[in-house]
Ligand binder design. Structure first.
Ligand SMILES: NC(=O)c1ccc[n+]([C@@H]2O[C@H](COP(=O)([O-])OP(=O)(O)OC[C@H]3O[C@@H](n4cnc5c(N)ncnc54)[C@H](O)[C@@H]3O)[C@@H](O)[C@H]2O)c1
Length: 260
């Protein structure tokens, strides 16, 4: 097990117990990291309640609201992290959004607003978050950032629609950020998990069938779990991955390498 004692990091994207980010937080806590979590405010306050519960379980020392669709909200988060911690070792970006209607109607009918919203939340948000944490990582002599992509970035996956271009942009942003931040020893990589049943994936039409087919067609004849994604995230966030940046790593039980 990689030792995260003395390491401090921020995880965005915990919604509920099925969230990939939830598994990442649990894993990093087990390995000794000090954690900060964010939540997106929803009308019933469910995300906040879930994040506070997980925060308690994992002794999180920072819990903050953040809506990455808003520059002000990102700036407020960065200010809070800077005032409270001042220094940071890692950041996890495990969030995405597309309007439900854009995940079911024909892709060519995607409206400008829906396209922009998916891009801004799922890809652009990585930039201001990275910009915000760079000074805090600099103080630590470097850092590591991980985001979550999906194979729909390169393959035309049924019903994934507008999220495909958004994930392609996210992966490209990862490479450009890696180039910019490399000289400062700040690494940034993307994971590409296979299909997993979560709140977000439930919004994709016929997701159950997609998961079944992915399992059937993967090298290992199953789909990966949140915990397996979390293990790889922990590796990339740790010094064990000190020579890896700008990469996309599939955690999909070998689905992406199969010819059929
Ligand atoms: N579940 C899958 O099959 C799968 C596969 C590959 C990649 N991913 C990616 O993993 C990441 C996490 O998704 P998940 O499957 O754990 O689902 P999830 O629904 O548990 O997590 C998505 C999170 O995004 C957050 N979010 C949405 N809009 C936001 C905003 N404006 N500001 C801040 N947070 C916002 C939600 O609050 C939620 O916590 C996403 O990037 C997703 O695309 C998921």
């Amino acid at each position: 097990m990689i030792d995260f004692s003395g390491k401090r990091g921020l995880v965005l994207g915990v919604g509920n117990q099925r969230s990939i980010a939830w598994a990442v937080v649990e894993r990093l806590h087990q390995q000794g990291a000090e954690l900060g979590l964010t939540f997106l405010r929803d009308p019933k306050g469910r995300f906040e309640a879930n994040v506070r519960k997980l925060g308690e379980q994992t002794n999180a020392t920072l819990i903050a609201e953040c809506d990455v669709a808003s520059d002000e909200s990102i700036e407020a988060l960065i200010k809070q992290v800077d005032e409270q911690w001042g220094e940071l070792d890692f950041l996890v970006h495990s969030l995405a959004y597309a309007d439900t209607q854009d995940l079911s109607k024909p892709f060519s009918e995607t409206l400008r607003d829906g396209f922009n919203k998916a891009m801004e939340i799922s890809a652009y948000s990585l930039l201001p978050l990275a910009k915000g944490v760079i000074p805090m990582m600099r103080k630590r002599g470097g850092g590591s950032i991980v985001s979550m992509s999906f194979i729909g970035s390169t393959l035309a996956v049924p019903n994934y629609n507008v999220m495909g271009p958004a994930k392609a942009a996210l992966e490209s942003c990862t490479r450009y950020l890696a180039r910019e931040l490399g000289p400062e020893n700040i690494r940034i990589n993307s994971l590409s998990p296979g299909a997993i049943r979560t709140l977000s994936s439930a919004g994709i039409k016929d997701i159950s069938e997609m998961i079944r087919v992915a399992g059937e067609h993967s090298a290992m004849k199953r789909t990966a779990t949140q915990a397996e994604v979390a293990n790889t995230a922990a590796f990339l966030l740790s010094d064990a991955a000190s020579g890896i940046t700008g990469q996309l790593i599939y955690v999909d039980c070998g689905y992406s390498i199969m010819a059929n």
